[in-house]
Write a protein that binds this ligand. Sequence first.
Ligand code: HEM
Length: 406
Amino acid sequence: MASDTGPHKAISRRDLFFGAGVALGSAAIAASGTAAISNSVLAGKPTAIGTNVEPFFGPNQAGIRTAAQAHGVFAAYTLNDTATVDTVRGVMRVATIEASRLCAGEPGLSDTDPTIATVPARLTITFGFGHGLFDKLGLGSRKPEGFVQLPSFGIDELRPEFSGGDLLIQIGSDDPITLSHAHRHMTRVISSIGNPHYSQRGFARASGSVNPDETPRNLMGFKDGTENPRNDESFDEQVWAGVDSGWFAGGTQLVIRRIAMKLDPWDRLGPGDKEAAFGRQMVSGAPLTGENEFDEPDFGARNPSGLTVIPDFSHIRRAHTGDPTHRFLRRPFNYDDGFAEDGTANVGLIFAAYTTDIERRFLPVQKRLAEFDLLNVWTVPIGSSEFVIPPGVPAGGYIGQQLFDS
Ligand code: HEM
């Protein structure tokens, strides 16, 4: 029954792979494995959405500038106490090969389920290193400038199960089965150095359901992502570390905040109150002083009663400091985990911000919002993590190489 090209063969190779130890040399692994399985046999009849591929290799890791996929997961792991630079390097070599294969629509070399590995649907797999990874490996002095742990804020009700983490694997795909498979596979691949800490699952619109150029909406009904970098210049300025950043050049820093939304009281507000909380119009996404989504907000404009049209404590007024360096990429996913114990909606935002420097560019904005933001009435941060996202690598390289080999 099993043939050289069938899934059964792949499973026995997986056993061999693990038997030989996970941290093998990359060349040997790349030369063997499930590559022999014909993707057309495994994928059945792929559609345009299913076969879409995002390049894995390049100067920056994928999954950041990539338009948000329909499904995302932020999986954080705790590094074993026995992990060393050498073991982490070895695992990152293998993890890079496995991730690049999955993103190309190829089963991993140690894939247990090659039948569901061949519909990439814009799969991206992005790796991040938390404070714990640097500290446990004795690399504290190699943390990039500005990579600080956020202080606790008065608005925070942080829960340990949604906070921290030493190693991050962020995965996005337009297909939830592909996402689940990649998540499980990558968890196995790094299992010799890290144990699962959290897995935060989120979603955006299903691929194809709206125009991909449209700004996505969050579960409060508003367009979320209007004021974001959109071209090379603004990404170089706000997101990617510059050439003078040593090993970190081409990387970025990520803040993940799990923010619960009190949607039950929010639902009882009228549209005018909701718009006042954000400072933007619900339907068009335009600032309250404008007509179109991308009109510049006029924070000085006043109504006949002398009050500012965009309320001083609205979310966009507070988030907009006026300092052009206080800008970053926001690429959030929504979550909906049904009902909380008290029967209220257990929903919210997995807020993800990517910045060249958390301390100088992100923290001032977060501080202002924590001090005052009308939105805080209906939102509560319940998780918080920071990760360094190392630069991307060309084919043949491995993620973390610039740090571990220099
Ligand atoms: C559940 C929590 C949050 C929701 C629902 C939310 C939603 C929004 C919405 C709808 C906008 C207006 C459209 C846009 O420009 O994208 C916006 C703008 C913005 N938000 Fe948030 N946000 C949340 C949390 C945060 C946090 C934690 C930060 C940073 C610490 C932040 C920073 C910003 C910034 C910088 C802007 C652009 C302000 C400008 O116009 O210059 N947001 N947010």
